[in-house]
Design a protein around this ligand. Structure first.
Ligand SMILES: [Zn+2]
Length: 114
């Protein structure tokens, strides 16, 4: 379950930030998880609850914002969003002249500290 190492890395980053800025703890963390990031939100939540014990984020409440996969097709000149966790071709024209714009992110977007 690689969500555990990701949760650990995230906590480490958050703890370093608090130490540097002089905060005592974390009350809430909001993370963005892209659907194409390969991280399952439920598994990540579970992992976070397990690794936060004994850390600066022990009482932190986690909110996960799932980001859908979206892209821009240079053939249609349009943006699109898909339900799937991957994009193989533009859903409108079927060509592969697109770039994925969102869905791969995995980062902290908000943190409440004290
Ligand atoms: Zn297209």
């Amino acid at each position: 379950m690689h969500e555990v190492s990701i949760a650990l890395g995230l906590l480490e980053f958050a703890a370093e930030y608090c130490e540097r800025e002089g905060y005592k703890g974390i009350e809430a963390i909001t993370v963005k998880i892209g659907k194409a990031s390969g991280v399952m939100p439920e598994a990540f939540h579970f992992a976070f609850e397990a690794v936060k014990i004994g850390t600066i984020a022990e009482k932190a409440c986690l909110t996960i914002n799932e980001v859908p996969v979206s892209g821009f097709c240079s053939n249609c000149n349009k943006s699109f969003t898909v339900e799937e966790t991957y994009v193989l071709s533009c859903p409108m024209c079927g060509k592969s002249s697109f770039r994925v714009e969102t869905g791969r992110e995995l980062n902290i977007c908000e943190m409440e500290v004290f």
